[in-house]
Design a protein around this ligand. Structure first.
Ligand code: MD3
Ligand code: FE
Length: 204
């Protein structure tokens, strides 16, 4: 089923379910090359989700700020390439949501354990907002918070479950969003964690 959260935000419930097992196996392969890290925010905090990336560009945060890099600062290696399975899922989902020529060159992988959360933020480090972001939820369910174009717009909660894919483009691209702390649980596919993939086009 296809639901519109707000103009430009299209929820494809269970869209990734047929590939969920293969996606999780691929995450483990990627994490062997570029391990999940907890990262420092510019304000001196620590992100509660652990992160890694694949694709031409990866997202990192440290005391100097947020940025996309060609090289993984923890391994000094280029980020692992975007697997064909990932690329195909992201582009077909974007197409299903009405975005014809999505060409992601970055995939950020978040790993949440019980209590991990993400405060309300905008994704604006990409430098190009004409293309959508595609998100894929795997494993434990999590309450997502959907805000507005201003930080002060009240955010409404929305459950994201294993296999859900959301395409965020057009007017939804710069909305504030976050996730509530992950409730403890066990999922048959991922155990005690939730993974989230976000596919992005980053201006070179
Ligand atoms: C709406 N991740 O990685 S996915 C992020 O569940 C991020 O891991 C959350 O926010 C997660 O930046 C939320 C849904 C999502 C992702 C990117 C968006 C919603 C978005 C970008 C713009 C608007
Ligand atoms: Fe985000």
């Amino acid at each position: 089923p296809r639901v519109t959260l707000s103009p430009g935000a299209v929820v494809l419930r269970g869209y990734a379910l047929p590939q969920a097992e293969a996606l999780v196996a691929t995450i483990h392969t990627l994490a062997a090359l570029a391990p999940f890290r907890s990262m420092q925010t510019p304000g001196g905090g620590t992100m509660s989700a652990a992160l890694t990336s694949c694709g031409a560009l990866g997202w990192v945060t440290d005391h100097t700020g947020y940025h996309y890099t060609h090289t993984n600062p923890f391994t000094q290696q280029p980020w692992p390439a975007l697997p064909e399975l990932f690329l195909h899922l992201a582009t077909t989902a974007a197409q299903a949501a009405g975005f014809k020529n999505f060409t992601p060159n970055a995939c950020l992988i978040n790993r949440y354990t019980a209590g991990s959360r993400m405060g309300l933020h905008q994704d604006k480090d990409e430098g190009d907002f004409t293309q959508p972001i595609v998100s894929v939820s795997l494993g434990l369910p999590m309450v997502f918070l959907w805000g507005g174009l201003s930080r002060t717009t009240p955010a409404f909660p929305f459950l994201l479950e294993n296999g859900d894919v959301v395409v965020w483009g057009a007017r939804a691209r710069l909305h504030y969003h976050g996730v509530k702390p992950l409730a403890a649980g066990i999922h048959p596919l991922t155990g005690t964690v939730r993974f989230n993939l976000t596919f992005r086009f980053v201006a070179p």
